[in-house]
Design a protein around this ligand. Structure first.
Ligand SMILES: Nc1nc(=O)c2c([nH]1)NC[C@@H]1CN(c3ccc(C(=O)N[C@@H](CCC(=O)O)C(=O)O)cc3)C=[N+]21
Length: 281
């Protein structure tokens, strides 16, 4: 058996087209969704990502503002910029690209963003809303993973989902979203003993570690759905995920590729969150 691909590029394109239609409807009512993207420093990967985000949002008809600051920007100066954007009625979403330089306390910066504009879904208020089932912004990567599961009509109720990774931005919120759909959820991490024994029981595996070959074919139940959140480089410098794709695809039922899987959906869900921030304003 060879797994079917869940095509993140195609699903992201459909999502962006849907956002573009809703943006037009909002513009007809006199509101243009506005996204502020803040980049501090010159990290080359971050520069590429924020350029992608700005281009995506412009193509969907959103108004995006890219603010670039030198790596020497002080925390106080950054907090002052966020305060101004919190008050700016033309800005509905604020994204501060991570990682930030070491002299800036990222948690303090994230908590300074108005929860109503927290389109990354990283604020403690957003995390609390997700955990308690209240309205709020969901982090884009796990939210995109849920859309990928929905795109294949997958019924999560009663299924065993194993999440590998417990970060605040992917693993933990992913587990909460799966739980909200009545999956039985296991969260695995670096101290987990016999990871394979757990993943072999899984109907769904979400790999979000940031390390190559965390999931190999011997660890996968035949027919399982495999969602690969990893963004790594292999020895040839090619982008690859956390999953040993070529062998796991021989066993799985469905699998997301890297590139062209979760990454494009992460970007698309940022547009959805920004649109919804504007719709709620
Ligand atoms: N405040 C904040 N929010 C973020 O959402 C955030 C962040 N900081 N810091 C960095 C990470 C990383 N991230 C990616 C999103 C999409 C792709 C993506 O679209 N990847 C393409 C490939 C891109 C390429 O070729 O390099 C793909 O998987 O097909 C990658 C990485 C968002 N991040």
């Amino acid at each position: 058996m060879t797994a079917e691909l869940i095509d993140g590029n195609a699903l992201a394109a459909r999502t962006r087209a849907d956002v573009a239609r809703r943006v037009q409807a909002l513009k007809a009512r006199g509101v243009t969704p506005g996204l502020a993207v803040i980049l501090v420093g010159e990290d080359p990967a971050s520069q590429v990502y924020v350029r992608h985000k700005v281009k995506d949002s412009e193509e969907a008809g959103l108004n995006s503002v890219l603010e670039r600051h030198p790596a020497t920007l002080s925390e106080a100066e950054l907090l002052a910029r966020i305060e101004a954007l919190n008050r700016d009625p033309a800005i509905h979403g604020i994204l501060v690209q991570l990682p930030l330089p070491r002299h800036i306390d990222a948690a303090r910066v994230i908590e300074s963003i108005s929860p109503a504009k927290d389109v990354d879904g990283f604020h403690v208020a957003s995390a609390g809303a997700l955990m308690t089932g209240q309205p709020g912004f969901w982090p884009c990567t796990p939210y995109g993973c849920m859309k990928m599961l929905d795109s294949i009509g997958y019924e999560l109720r009663g299924k065993h989902a194993v999440v590998i990774g417990r970060s605040n931005i992917v693993g933990k919120p992913m587990a909460m979203m799966l739980l909200a759909r009545s999956a039985t959820v296991t969260i695995c991490h670096s101290a987990t003993q016999d990871l394979g024994a757990l993943t072999r029981q899984a109907d769904v595996v979400v790999a979000a570690v940031g390390k190559r070959n965390v999931l190999t074919a011997d660890m996968v139940k035949p027919g399982a759905v495999i969602i690969d959140v990893g963004m790594n480089r292999n020895d040839e410098g090619k982008l690859c995920g956390d999953v040993d794709f070529e062998t796991v695809r021989q066993v799985a039922g469905w699998i997301t590729p890297v590139p062209g899987g979760v990454g494009p959906m992460t970007r698309a869900m940022l547009l959805v969150n920004t649109l919804e921030a504007a719709e709620r304003s």
